[in-house]
Structure formats: structure tokens, C-alpha cells
Design a binder for this molecule. Sequence first.
Ligand code: MOS
Length: 730
Amino acid sequence: MSIQPQRAVGKPVNRADGLLKVTGKATYAAEHAIEGIAHAVVIGATVGRGRIAGIDTAQALSEPGVLTVISHLNAPTLPYSGFGSLLNPNGKRLRVFQDDSIVFHGQPVAVLVAETPEAARYAAHLVKVSYDEQTPTTDLNAGSPDEPTAYSRGEADRAFRDSDVQLDATYRTARNHHNPMEPHATIARWDGDRVTVWDKTQFVVGVQMELAGAFGIGMEAVRVITPFVGGAFGSGLRTWPHVVIAALAARVTRRPTKLVLTRQQLYYGTGYRPAYEYRLRLGARRDGTVSAAVHEIKAETATYEQYTENILNPGQMLYATPHVRQAYSTVPLHVNAATWMRGPGYSSAAFAIESAMDELAHELAIDPIELRYRNEPSEDPSNGRRFSTRQLRECVEVGAREFGWDQRNPEPGATRDGNWLIGIGMAAGAYETLTMPAQCSVRLNADGTAVVASSTSEIGPGSYTSMAQVAADRLGLPVDQVRFQLGDSLMPVAPPVSGSQTMASVGSAVHDGCDKLRLQAIALAVTDVNSPLFAVDPTTITVSDGRLQVHNDPGRGESYQDLLARQGRSTLDATGIFVPDMVTPLSKSAYCATFAEVAVDAALGIVRVRRMLGVYDAGRIINPKLADSQALGGMTNGIGAALLEHTVTDHRDGRIVNANLADYLVPVNADVPDLRTVFLDGEDLAADPIGAKGLGEVVVVGVAPAIANAVFNATGRRIRELPITVEQLL
Ligand code: MOS
């Protein structure tokens, strides 16, 4: 393999799609202009449990422009067969309009299709649905848990009893909704037995699988187009019922049909981070060594499918703890399905574990940072594997220095600034480095530009840019000569944009494909008697600025253009493939240390975050500007979870009472202080060929506990429930 200079990777290249976005030219799902389109509006159940007694559509159908109302009374039977999607949880899934049963408030009971959005929305209100109503169970404390998932090493209960110091605390986290700016939307158009959907999705193949299964057609008969996603945070990983409804409406009306969920409908239609109750018992020695941890965890799930996530992993691998027992139960409730939300599992677990570590540190009068050092494992204690790379200690050290940890007064409630109590807190965290198989196509054109394509989607991190950077270096082209394309199922297959795995997985496929293409060009040159590179050892040739040249003799060479022109080729093509290394037994994760300073109004209990710092070990950073942006977003997310976000359900009828952005609070500029990020140098070539460990999740993991710990340091009040509100502090 020849040596290639690294020019674009590691540089703060501006977003390739930045101009499109700021000028409104980036086309989101609902914005694709499709000829002859009809408009669909979902009608959701107004009871939380029961049966549909009747649906009166007469008045709605008499309105001008109304095409049809589809419900279980007239919908075709859908096969819903053959689901193999790796993201589908256990259960029987929600099948739209196939029977009269209602299992959660807001469940789709009908769809109305009309010529205009206005007519559709108006007429939808004229559809009268009556119910035989039953009382739903929606309270996590009221339901009966499923059989728990269990984990155990050592003898945790005995070791806990025998510990010098014991902590027994129960932490609660509220349900959170993703609330992306762009609402979920689907446009569906049938051409015979083939369907094309313009959809907001993080998983192109998942949409193909869901529609193929629902309608009993082949996956190749489903085309998915999704060039831009206006935020998702996990809400676009599943193919939710409205996507099937849009396709069904288009099929019944024989019209291309657009369906946009309202902001309110997003709360019932696209999943959420489940509410948790997390009881944690830590047993430690006086020196701060944690010997035992018992984790008992309960989370809400739907009655029709069991959603679980990796909430157990952090408790197994973050600290050396020899004795660990865990039990994780889901509680089936009359709610819509939960799903992944940024830092799934890890961030909910981190609130419990990192708050508990802070509590323990206080109890033992050991500095919280020192306590982390004393429990740092030398190998992954869950499986005995070596860490590929783990710079958690370095994250904490750098953070402590940069944030001024030595200024912190360990005495809670002792630092004041006028009416404000000031506190500093920190939390450590991890998120596993996930990778999945991925492919891409690479095409070098005769004009020396290149196009690389993979059917991933772009939910904000900047894949159009970062993938082009990886490609540019491996091809030896300036980054502006490379275009990365995505968001179309006709492109080579990519994994879901989930779990921070896209850079590592798709990026490694790009790396591979561009290497192959470059080597192909070099092979052509050295075997072409008319090339200045004829008979040169190919391993001595590098490509730079689109010119193939001898590494130590750059004067000798030729450009891609000259090579292709002489060869009479209009393009060179290659396919990139990445397959994760499943053989080498290493433990791979990204790490973070998050620091927060808060001010709490001594009289009113108002919490303001004054400044935050995140230090990350995320392997190689492809684009520091995009990485910084990703981390600022993650910290902002975390401020929301810590202080504001809370989906509130009325347990009498299962209605979400704050299903709108006025009452569901998210951080706005005034809530977000000076945020700083530091990325540790490093690459993890055991994780993947480009050395990236994933970033999108780990940046949110430590935020809420860092803030909660700062609130304790400020006030002496330990708040074990998120979000932390004024009421709890008064
Ligand atoms: Mo992320 S929750 O895997 O979009």
C-alpha cells in the first residue's frame, strides 16, 4: 500500500451542504415537489385503551376535495410479513388499521386524504370516532414488570452487605421526546407494484424492509429517498406507522400522497426515551474502592412490543467493581413504543451511576475525581478484554485542569455569588464503539473529480463533508473535487445512522473504496508504456492534488485526467466495503468527562448552568469543526434532560398533556452558557481503519449527572430525579 498524505482529514472543513441549508434549498422529506400530490392527515385515538365502536365519515366525505377516509372498516388486509429488520424489537408490532383495538392514546385509527392540506386537516376534524373505553395503565409505578434481563459477576449482594460504606439510592429519569425541528413526514408514490417514498429516516434499508413486509412486496420494489434529515436523535431509526399509512393512502387513492405528522402527533407516533427507575446500591471500602454494585432497573415499554436498550453496559464496564449484579425489567404499559434517543441506555445509566459516585465521594470525603481514578479498570471487567484504547483518565485530568477543578470548594452550599449558590460538578462516561458492515461506490470522472455514494442518511453531523474528507485523502484529491452522495436506496447499502457508528462504518467503506480506486489508477499507469510512471514500483507512488507521482521524485508523474484521457476511459469505478473485525477480542468505547458549573438561586431554586466543558476520547476526529458542533449539540441536549425535558402523561386517559413545544421545554439560547469542548488526540485503528470511535452519543452521556452533581455542590441538595426542577429545590 502506498503512502498517502493526510490533508483533509483532521481539518475544520466547512459543511459541504451549508449553503443549501442556510438558503433553504436543502430538501427535507415533505418538501419534494411531486406532481399530482394528495395530502393525508392521521386521525388519532382520543382514548388510551379500548375498542373503536364506530366511525362516522359521512360529513367528512361530503367536504369538497376529500378523497377518502381509510380505517380498519375499509382498509385492505396488510400481510405484515417477513420482518427481519435488526432494529425491530421483540413483540407483535403495531399494524395500522387492521383491527378495532386501541392500546395507546393517539394511536392512528384512520387517515383522511384530500386534495389540499387545508381540506385534509379541516375534514379530519369532521370524522367522528366513538369508543368503548377502558382505563389504560400508563404509570411506570402501576404496571407489572416483565421477566428481567439479568447480569451477574462475583457475589454482589454479599459483597454489598460486607462493605465498609453502603449507598442505596433510587434515581428516576423522565420520559424524553426527541423533538427534532423537522417533523416526521413521508411522501409515497406507487408505480404499479413499486413504491417510492421520500421519507425522514435514519435507516434507508429499514424503511425498505418495513414497507416490503407490510405490503408483501420485495425490498427492491421499495425505493427510499432521504437527502436531508432535519434532526432526529434516534426518532428516525424505526419505520413508524405513519410511513405505512402514507404508502397505504397512496395505494388506495392511486395518487402520490404526502403525510406530515403534526408536532403533537410526533409525541405519539415516533417513540421516545423511556422513563426509568434505577435503584443502585454501591458498596465501597474506606479507601474508595467500589467492591459491589447492585443495579435494579425498571423502564416503560408498550404492550405490543418490548423495547430494551443497552442500559446495563455502563454498570458493567465503567469501573473495576468485582461484584456486580443487575436486573433490568420493562413494564408493559398502554403507551406507544419507546425507542433509542441520543446516548440510549448509557445516558440514563450515567445519571444513576455518576450521581452515585458523587454521593459516595462525598460520604467518604474523597475528591470525586480521585474516586474515579481509584476505580479505573485495567481491562474491561465485564469480559476480561483489553481496551482497544481508553483515555478516560486523561479526559478527567485534562478536564480538571482546563475547568479549574482546584477552585472547587468541596463543602456543599458554601460558595455564593450574591443570591446565587455556586457549584461545580463532573461526571465520566462511555459509549460503546459500534460498527456495522457498509458499502459505497466510488467514481473518478475524466475531469478529475470524484463522486462517492452510500445509502446512509445525514441527520446533522455533517456526513456530506466528513465522508468527502476521508475520500479526498485516499484518492489524493482536493476536498472540493470530491462529492459525497447519500440518502437513496439505489446507492450501496449502509447501516442505520445509529449509535454513532456512521463515521466509523461508512467512513471505513469510503476509505476502502477510495484506496481501491487509487490503486487501480496506479496499476493502470505503471502498466501503460506511454505513462511517465511506466514500470515504476506501484508502492512508491502517491497521489496528491489529483496527480500520480513518485513519492521521492514528485516531478515524475501524471494527472488522473491525463491517465484517463490516454486510456480512453470516461470513468474509473470501485466499490468500498467495510466489515467489522469480529475476531479480535477487544473492548471498544468512546469516553467523556463532563464538567459543569451551576448557579442556583438561593431563594427561588432556579438553576442556571454557567459554563460547561466536555473532554472526549473519541478516536480520530475527522473534522474538528463538525465535532465541536456535534458536542455543543450534545451538551445542549443534556442540559435539556437535566433541567427541562419531561413528557407528562395524564394517567387517567393516557394523553400526553404537554405534547407541544410550548409546554415541553427544551433549552433555548438563554439556557445555554459558554460551552467548551476538547478532543484528545488519538486514533483507534483496532476499532476501524479510519480510527474513529464515534461521537454523537458520548457527548450527551455525562451532561445530566455533571449538572446534578454541580447542583449538589452548590446547594447540598441531592436531586435524584430528572429533570431537576425548582419544586425539588425549594
Ligand atoms: Mo442514535 S439514538 O442511535 O440516533
